[in-house]
Design a protein around this ligand. Structure first.
Ligand SMILES: [Zn+2]
Ligand SMILES: [Zn+2]
Length: 252
């Protein structure tokens, strides 16, 4: 593959369930082998992603789980695809069972035609793409079911960990990935008891266990400094680590 076909990951939004003024919620855009894959679509992400791709040109939108900060802009995407510039096109939406039913409560027109839903099922499903890529998922502990996603393009790979509590499944899915993207909800703080999220230490430990090449931290609550969290996670992982910045593209 030439450089134009190489694996590129663009951070669209990094905010968790609430954030700083102007922040966009969870969304990453992966481009490789001519395919364009959107990972999550939280609040503000539809507007922000149009700086990089026309939404109707996406091959698939993968929704990791049914917390609104990861899917709520599908409501805006429906309007875009039914009555806006995407009218007449179809867009694949892959996500946990029940996603379509939640969206239908806000209006059903276009669900099943403009937006075509496919349920993720089981512990380790795979999404087939019409491109020389592998798109694999794995359940991780959070709101059940929550799916992490790994994309391989030739010998390059990126793995997005969704939201999760500390676990072994993400390290297994992300084994040897060139770039591992994990949440870091609680930065350098402690994760409150019973809360299914990561902090910098847990993210660093997963990256180390995975043997990832590089760690990108996202989904950090605004009480915590993501750059400080990245330094802490990088020390634990023993690999380069940085906070994901909206608009920034990593060539993998
Ligand atoms: Zn979240
Ligand atoms: Zn969540």
């Amino acid at each position: 593959m030439g450089p134009a076909d190489g694996l590129r990951v663009t951070t669209i939004g990094t905010a968790a369930a609430y954030g700083r003024p102007g922040e966009v919620q969870a969304c990453h855009l992966v481009r490789a082998g001519g395919a364009r894959i959107c990972l999550d679509l939280g609040a503000g992400a539809l507007n922000a992603i149009t700086a990089h791709v026309r939404p109707e040109d996406l091959d698939v939108v993968v929704i990791s789980h049914l917390h609104p900060d990861h899917f709520i802009d599908l409501l805006a995407l429906r309007v875009y695809m039914v009555w806006g510039p995407g009218a007449g096109r179809r867009l694949r939406i892959v996500g946990p069972p029940g996603l379509r039913e939640i969206l239908a409560r806000f209006g059903g027109e276009g669900l099943g035609s403009a937006l075509v839903f496919e349920d993720l099922d089981g512990d380790a499903p795979e999404t087939l793409i019409d491109a020389p890529l592998r798109v694999r998922h794995r359940q991780v502990p959070h709101l059940p079911p929550t799916y992490a996603t790994r994309i391989d393009a030739g010998d390059r790979s990126v793995c997005f960990g969704a939201d999760c509590a500390p676990n072994d499944a993400l390290a297994a899915l992300g084994a040897g990935a060139d770039v591992l993207i994990t949440e870091c909800s609680f930065g350098v703080g402690a994760v409150p008891a019973g809360v299914m999220h990561l902090n910098a230490r847990a993210a660093g430990e997963i990256a180390r266990a995975a043997g990832a090449g590089r760690l990108l931290l996202t989904h950090c609550f605004p009480e915590w400094d993501p750059d400080e969290a990245a330094r802490a996670a990088g020390r634990i992982a023993g690999i380069p680590a940085s906070a994901a910045h909206p608009g920034r593209t990593v060539v993998v």
